[in-house]
Design a protein around this ligand. Structure first.
Ligand code: MF3
Ligand code: CO
Length: 257
């Protein structure tokens, strides 16, 4: 069943979601060659707890950390470790919070130092695919209108869309109905209605769409070893224009300093 949120609940969700964005903005300052991904995880955990919130992913189905950090060919759910970032890496950082009893969830893919032109294009197209989906996230449309617009943009650019992992409703649980795939048919799926809060999170591969699960039980990587990018916004469905609860502006303000 779908849990519709009142306007008051949407404001509580916005606070939680904005805390995720602020956390990602803090991390943006720290991302450089030589930094261990576990160090980023500790910074995020401290920052979230200092803001009277709880890391949303920690212990979720046994997940061991605050962040999911997925480097290069890792798609999502990478576990922070002693790995030291290198110039030219791309890293997707996915972060969750629980504040006011509501979940925040958003992700951003960062460049470590200077990255190749082909990786820059992957990041640009993946973020654009998310925003194509957002344009379609309005009352009266269907989930398939979001899905198909993401898929069209990514595939037109020559990339592929991961099938096994999808966006989702979010509220007092991290994953609620409906599922929001990043591929599908225009006009298909359930109708979007006021009060739905969803996460839209395209995972776009430079090469083929197939993925593999690693032995750690979490990390998902591309089968062909080529890079993958991931951006996620948490949004409330409204009548004429989507209400984006998370914010990339505060992250990009740090990146552009
Ligand atoms: N952000 C991921 C999602 O959107 C959640 C990671 S699940 C965890 O579904 F278990 F790794 F925390
Ligand atoms: Co999510």
């Amino acid at each position: 069943m779908i849990f519709y949120k009142t306007d008051e609940e949407i404001e509580l969700l916005r606070e939680s979601s904005l805390l995720v964005s602020k956390t990602l903005a803090q991390l943006a300052k720290e991302i450089k060659p030589g930094v261990k991904t576990i160090t980023l995880d500790k910074i995020a955990e401290t920052f979230i707890r200092d803001h009277k919130a709880i890391p949303g992913f920690l212990n979720y189905r046994g997940y061991p950390n605050t962040l999911c950090i997925s480097v290069n060919s890792q798609v999502v759910h990478g576990i922070p470790s002693e790995y030291e970032l290198r110039e030219g890496d791309i890293i997707s950082i996915d972060c969750g919070t629980i504040l006011n009893d509501f979940y925040g969830d958003s992700a951003y893919t960062f460049a470590v130092g200077e990255i190749s032109e082909e990786k820059k294009r992957l990041l640009k197209i993946t973020k654009e695919s998310l925003y194509k989906g957002l344009e379609n996230a309005v009352v009266g449309n269907r989930v398939g209108d979001i899905s198909s617009s993401i898929q069209l943009h990514a595939e037109t650019a020559g990339y592929s869309v991961v099938r096994e992992l999808v966006g989702h409703g979010i509220g007092k649980s991290l994953h609620e109905k409906p599922e929001v795939p990043n591929f599908g048919k225009k006009g298909s799926g359930i109708k979007l209605q006021h009060g739905m809060v969803i996460c839209i999170e395209p995972m776009i591969n430079m090469g083929r769409k197939e993925i593999i699960e690693s032995g750690d039980g979490w990390t998902i990587s591309t089968r062909d070893g080529k890079p993958s990018a991931h951006y996620e916004h948490q949004v409330a469905i409204k009548k004429d224009k989507v209400d984006i609860l998370s914010s990339f502006e505060i992250i990009e303000k740090e990146l552009n300093k």
